[in-house]
Design a protein around this ligand. Structure first.
Ligand SMILES: [Zn+2]
Length: 329
């Protein structure tokens, strides 16, 4: 199999022969930022991102050392040197984008960033990005990662919330402060549940609302704590913080795709639900085939097993390897 047209150099993706980096953490002359999660975010001299991602990145990084932003719309091709770039929604968090790069010879190379093909209330729904070569995330790239339909998972979370409220306790839902939290707040707020957002989440909510995603029935969780009948949403790492510990009585649930591995990772919670903002294994396979790519490179998480399964299905697939190692072969 031929090399990927995108090199992995010291853990960072670079379009070969150009100064364009994809989701690099270090400051680069030109960087595409697929979305505003910390593991994809850097302060570049020139940043290519959607307007929503640029706004979320500004919130997360501050304006200090902020470079120039080249805001890009979905499905609107634009030139960068000899390359033509086009963004497609990735369905992962607000503003998340895949990028398709057309090389000077006409070959199209797609990079998914983090991808979620399930319906979403707070992100732009993912679209298939047709391409010749696909670089695809493989976070849940093992056959055992099959998520139940999202509406079923949300119905189960609602039962947990109702039972907790009926018992006179406060339901505390733990989800990542960017993306998962807004998705669950949108769900419960629109159903009429009064919600309280931890300050970390509330600050992100304000960016969502400014970008046109209203989050009704959501108030800031202040020092006074929630009132009876309210649903609290907080980041998972703050599940045992003072702000949460003093809510009594309470029942906590963590919302993460990793809940399929069992609740053992999440000590101290009463329940876990597999609500994910990533595609599960069958969805990754379906997506790769739908792009029409003849070559697929997998990266992040379970890259090897996913590539193996794609090969079994007839696609040329392998994990993306460090370019320096490949030079030695
Ligand atoms: Zn992400």
């Amino acid at each position: 199999m031929r090399r990927s047209p995108i090199d992995l150099v010291a853990g960072e993706l670079r379009v070969r022969g150009t100064g364009l980096y994809l989701d690099a953490r270090r400051r680069r002359p030109c960087g595409f930022v697929s979305h505003a999660h910390a593991d994809h975010l850097g302060r570049h001299e020139r940043t290519i991102a959607t307007r929503a991602t640029a706004a979320l990145a500004r919130h997360r990084l501050g304006d200090r050392k902020a470079g120039e932003v080249l805001p890009a719309d979905y499905r609107t091709p634009f030139g960068l040197g000899e390359l033509t770039l086009e963004l497609f929604p990735a369905g992962h968090v607000l503003g998340s984008a895949q990028i398709r790069i057309t090389l000077p010879g006409g070959l199209t190379v797609g990079y998914t960033g983090d991808l979620c093909t399930e319906p979403t209330r707070t992100a732009e729904p993912a679209e298939v990005m047709p391409c010749d070569v696909l670089l695809m995330e493989s976070t849940f790239g093992l056959p055992r990662y099959v998520f139940p339909p999202k509406e079923e998972v949300l119905a189960a979370v609602r039962r947990f919330v109702d039972e907790t409220l009926d018992a006179g306790a406060t339901p505390v839902l733990l989800g990542y402060s960017l993306g998962k939290a807004q998705e669950v707040l949108k769900h419960f707020g629109e159903l009429g549940y009064p919600c309280r957002a931890h300050p970390t989440i509330h600050a992100v909510n304000e960016v969502y609302e400014a970008q046109g995603v209203p989050l009704p029935n959501v108030r800031l969780l202040g020092a006074e704590g929630p009132e009876k009948g309210e649903v609290v949403v907080a980041p998972p790492q703050l599940g045992r913080s003072a702000a949460i510990s003093r809510i009594r009585p309470r029942r906590t649930a963590v919302l993460t795709g990793w809940a399929l591995d069992g609740a053992r990772w999440f000590g101290g919670v009463d329940a876990s639900f597999p609500l994910s903002d990533h595609a599960d294994f069958p969805s990754l396979l379906r997506y790769a085939k739908a792009t029409g790519a003849s070559r697929v490179f997998t990266l992040h998480g379970h890259a090897e097993p996913l590539a193996r399964e794609l090969r079994r299905e007839g696609l040329g697939a392998e994990p993306l390897r460090e370019s320096a190692q490949m030079e030695l072969w």
